[in-house]
Ligand binder design. Structure first.
Ligand SMILES: C[S@@+](CC[C@H](N)C(=O)[O-])C[C@H]1O[C@@H](n2cnc3c(N)ncnc32)[C@H](O)[C@@H]1O
Length: 254
């Protein structure tokens, strides 16, 4: 099933948050540890200039945005589904308390702990929700100085061609040398939110590595140590993080 054939408006954001992010799971804690250390290591040594972040396919997950919060002057939550856009907009003024445990996990890194603003206030100031399609991100190529994409490229289609194009669109949205983090369900068979079934593309570490390699300079691809948890129909989680490359293969997008 291709991305355009999926009923994204039927995505049940509340059921999704309740199921996945009501409590901090071991898999998400492991992702947060790696991502916060990567971003803190990068931004600790950075100089002047505003930093703009993007979370692509933000869905009903705020923790990728929280991982960018201390470093950004603006964060775009880019999402296609109208129900998820409504959820994200409902969180901007004062996000729900379940997200506090994710912020607390980030604060285990001293650079996040040293961030002296109230995270809710900062979130309200810097976060903007933008409805859009990942395949149209090309228009904004090179605009963002840090980016995240969690469980999107492989969880929005069963087409391998659309998976690789999704990764490409995400990476091309980033400026040269921008740090990024991306997470993928390994060998996913698709998933339910509420009553609705959503397709997935079956990928493993090698497909993730191949999709990122043309657009990243230096990056890691690792399978999480945590056992596959409460999400259905997959064998593990693959996390990648690194930096956007300086030069791309000279081929048109797609
Ligand atoms: C499995 S959810 C992941 C949500 C969130 N990033 C997370 O970590 O839980 C996949 C998300 O991709 C979004 N999505 C699907 N097709 C998209 C597209 N063409 N452009 C942007 N987002 C899309 C869906 O609406 C959904 O929010």
């Amino acid at each position: 099933m291709k991305n355009a054939e999926v009923a994204w408006s039927a995505f049940d954001s509340i059921a999704y948050v309740d199921h996945n992010y009501g409590d901090l799971q071991a898999e998400d804690a492991e992702i947060l540890t790696n991502v916060r250390d990567h971003f803190a290591g990068h931004f600790r040594n950075q100089g002047v200039g505003p930093v703009y972040g993007i979370d692509v396919g933000a869905g009903a997950n705020l923790y990728p945005a929280l991982s960018m919060l201390p470093w950004c002057d603006g964060i775009t939550l880019f999402e296609r589904s109208p129900s998820n856009v409504a959820y994200l907009e409902s969180q901007v003024d004062s996000y729900a308390r379940n997200w506090d445990q994710f912020w607390d996990a980030l604060r285990e890194n001293k650079d996040y702990d040293a961030f002296d603003a109230d995270p809710r206030e900062r979130f309200r100031e810097v976060v903007k929700v933008q409805q859009g399609d990942i395949f149209d991100l090309e228009r904004f190529a090179g605009q963002w100085s840090v980016g995240t994409m969690f469980f999107v490229a492989e969880s929005m289609t069963s087409s391998y061609q659309e998976f690789t194009l999704g990764v490409e669109c995400f990476m091309r949205a980033l400026a040269p040398e921008a740090p990024f983090a991306a997470a993928f369900m390994e060998h996913s068979k698709g998933y339910h939110t509420g009553e609705q079934f959503f397709p997935a593309c079956d990928v493993g570490e090698s497909e993730v590595r191949e999709s990122l390699a043309p657009f990243a300079d230096e990056f890691k691809v690792q399978r999480l140590k945590s056992e596959a948890g409460l999400r259905d129909g997959y064998s593990g989680i693959i996390l990648s993080y690194g930096w956007r490359g300086n030069s791309d293969p000279q081929v048109p997008i797609g």
